[in-house]
Design a protein around this ligand. Sequence first.
Ligand code: FCB
Length: 438
Amino acid sequence: MMQFTRADFPKDFLFAAATSAYQIEGHSFGGAGRTHWDDFAATPGNVVHAEHGAIACDHYHRYTEDLDLMAAMGLDAYRFSTSWARVMPEGRGAANQEGLDFYDRLVDAMLERNLKPMATLYHWELPSALADLGGWRNPDLPKWFGEYTRVIMDRIGDRMFSVAPINEPWCVGWLSHFLGHHAPGLRDIRATAHAMHHVLCAHGRAVEVLRDLDVANVGAVCNFEYAHPATDSAADKEAAALYDGYYNRFFLGGLFKGAYPDNVMAGLEPHMPKGWQDDFALIGQKLDWLGLNYYTCKRVAATDGAWPAHEEVAGPLPKTQMGWEIYPEGLHHFLGWVDANYTKGLPLYVTENGMANPDQPDVPDAARIDYLNQHLAAARQAIADGVPLAGYTFWSLLDNYEWALGYEKRFGLIHVDFETLERTPKASYHALALALKA
Ligand code: FCB
C-alpha cells in the first residue's frame, strides 16, 4: 500500500496522471496527418518490432472509459497532450475540424468529471510535412508552432487549468538529433544545436500566443537526470558536469537566465544558428510554473574522442524494466536545486514520474508501488524543506506506446491488453485510489 494520504500533502496539492497524444490516441483515426514518428517507425531498426501509434490504446474512441477510471481513482487533474498533426494535418494551413472537435469533447468530459485539464501542445508527433522542411532545424518552426498554438487554444484554451508548450526539450533536441534514438533519428551536431535552440524559441512564441489569448497558467515542462561521475577522477567529474549541462541546465538557462551553460557552449557554439544570442527575450518570458519530469540517474565516464567525449556506464542500484536505476534522491535534489537556482518561488509540479515493469493483469505491481512510495517521500521531503511543490503527476495512466521501445515497456497504472484493448487497473492504481480518498 501507499505510505501517504492526502493529509500528508499541502491543502490543494494536485494529484494527476499523464499521457500523450501519439502514445495513446490511435493516430490513424479522425483525420490526423502523418507524423515523423510514423516515418521513423516504418524505417527498419528504429523501433522494436517496427511498432507505431496507428491504434495505440484507441483512446480516441475510449476516452470516456479512461476518464472514468481517472475520476474513480480520485485524481484531481489530467496531463494530456494535443497532437499538432491531428489539429493541422499538414502542420500549417487548414485545420482538421474532426481533430478540434475531439479535443473539445475530451476537455468537456474532463470537466464533467472534475479533472483539471493540464495541456501540453507538443509531445513529439511533428507533422511529416514539417519534417520534410527540416523539422526542428528550420528557423520558421517557432512561427508555425505559434500558428498551431493559436488554432488549438482558440478552441479549448478557455477551459485549461494549465498549459505547457513543449514536453521535454532535451528529448526534442539531444535525444532525437544527437543520439538519434527518437524521430527524426538524426546524429548530427549542427542539427542538434539548431533543434535545441529552436525548440526554446518555439516555446517562447507559443507563450506569446497563449498570453495574447488570455490562456491561464502558462508553464514549461523539462526532464531531469541526476549525473553521477563514474569515478572520482577529475575527467569523470568534468564529464558528468557536461552531461548535467546539456541535459539539466541548458533549457533552464534559456528559460530563466537568458544564457546557456559555458561547458555546453564550448562544444555547441560553432554549430548554433545565426543570431541565437538575440533570442533570449523571446525564450525567457515570464512563466507561471515549471514542471519537472524525473525518472532516474546516470553514471558518466570520460572517453577519448570528439566532444562531448563521454559515455554512460552501468550503475549498482536496482533497475526498472527500462534498465533505469531507481534513485529517488535525484528527485529531491532537483526540486530544491531548481527552486533555489532558477524558479525562485514559482510553483513547481512533478509532471511525470513512474516506472516500467513487465506487468500482467493478474500479478500485483508491487515494484511500482515501492517506486512511487520512494519518490513521493522524496517530494514530501522537498516540501518540508520549503520547496513550493504544488502537484504530482504519475506517468502513466495507461500502458502505452513507449516510443522506440514499442509496446513492451509497461508504465501504466492501468494494464492495457494490446490485442483486445481491455483496461485492467493494476494494484498500484488501487493503492493510490485508497491513499487519495483517505
Ligand atoms: C518521458 C516521456 C514520456 C514517456 C516517459 C517514460 O521522457 O515524456 O512520453 O516516454 O518518458
